[in-house]
Ligand binder design. Structure first.
Ligand SMILES: Cc1cc2nc3c(=O)[nH]c(=O)nc-3n(C[C@H](O)[C@H](O)[C@H](O)COP(=O)(O)OP(=O)(O)OC[C@H]3O[C@@H](n4cnc5c(N)ncnc54)[C@H](O)[C@@H]3O)c2cc1C
Length: 282
């Protein structure tokens, strides 16, 4: 399939991308192209203009600042997977990035594109919500920040306004164990069910925990938005089993790959495994 015709412009800075978005009606940003180009070819998207942000250096790269990792929106999945900083300070983010698609996808796909596209089967959204990350945006009214927990609002839908660009993702340095496990579709690698878990242990007791799923519902599912019942326990296998069994999952997605009922079964099984792995790494 060939895409419909479009105009092409290239931005050299994040501000220029915002200015170009304001100047062009019906324009979309092009980063790694690994979600957008398939949509263009299938004619599920037919924008009048593509604004290529792929070469903007100022929003690419990883550093640590004031207790958080700052990951530029154009940082690729492969760069996150291979980053010793990410592996050391937020292990399950590197683990999830390393499980995305295949090497070609990881070499071109970016964290900004991944979360802007907000595919329910994408790996990074659940990890970012479980980690308590923040998404930084730049728009016509300047910069603003949105908690990852508030960023993903629905199927392929986010809190990003049309004229905005994601510039950076800020991920707190974890002082806890973390794990990301998934059942992947054998052809694409997309998650049929992904489980992202964080467990903090102090003096033999769990003092903080989070568990999020992707691939199960239309938007990232935070299994314990008001605090995990593991807190205050020793986080032994029985406590983890009880905490995950209590998670109610409404409106699971069903499709040709897996029924909604099967996804709920997977979520309970992989939620337990992810929490146990995070506890063992804490
Ligand atoms: C075969 C295949 C397998 C895949 N498997 C997986 C998988 O297992 N797990 C997974 O998570 N993903 C998977 N993906 C998707 C992959 O991670 C994509 O790279 C990613 O979802 C989009 O990132 P991108 O940089 O390619 O964005 P693009 O395709 O360039 O853009 C996607 C969307 O995001 C917008 N956008 C991009 N960057 C920004 C920005 N900085 N600010 C605002 N909007 C922006 C674009 O306008 C567009 O609407 C797969 C893709 C393919 C083709």
């Amino acid at each position: 399939m060939y895409p419909a015709e479009f105009d092409y412009v290239r931005a050299t800075s994040a501000q220029e991308a915002v200015d170009l978005l304001a100047q062009h009606d019906d324009a979309v940003l092009l980063a790694g192209g690994h979600s957008l180009v398939p949509m263009l070819k299938l004619r599920l998207a037919h924008p009048a203009t593509l604004i290529d942000i792929g070469r903007i250096g100022e929003i690419r790269g990883i550093c640590e600042k004031e207790g958080a990792l700052r990951i530029g929106a154009l940082t690729t999945h492969d760069e996150i997977d291979r980053s010793s900083l990410v592996r050391e300070k937020c292990a399950f983010l590197a683990e999830a990035a390393g499980k995305i698609g295949d090497p070609q996808v990881r070499n071109k796909g970016t964290i900004g594109g991944n979360i802007a596209h907000a595919d329910p089967a994408s790996d990074l959204p659940a990890v970012l919500v479980a980690a308590g990350a923040t998404v930084h945006l730049l728009g016509p009214n300047g910069p603003r920040s949105v908690a990852a927990a508030d960023f993903f609002t629905g199927l392929l839908t986010t809190a990003k306004a049309p004229g905005e660009i994601i510039t950076e993702v800020e991920v707190p340095v974890l002082d806890a164990g973390s794990a990301y496990l998934k059942v992947e579709h054998p052809a694409s690698g997309y998650a049929v069910c992904g489980a992202a878990a964080v467990v903090k242990m102090e003096n033999g007791a769990c003092t903080a925990a989070s568990l999020c799923f992707n691939g199960v519902t239309a938007v990232v599912l935070d299994a314990c938005p008001d605090g995990c019942s593991l807190v205050g326990t020793t986080a032994d296998d029985a406590a983890i089993g009880a905490a995950v069994d209590a998670v109610k999952i409404a409106d699971p997605m069903g499709d040709i790959h897996a029924s909604g009922e099967y996804r709920v079964v997977l979520a309970h099984a992989y939620g337990k495994r992810a929490l146990k792995a995070a506890r063992d790494r804490a």
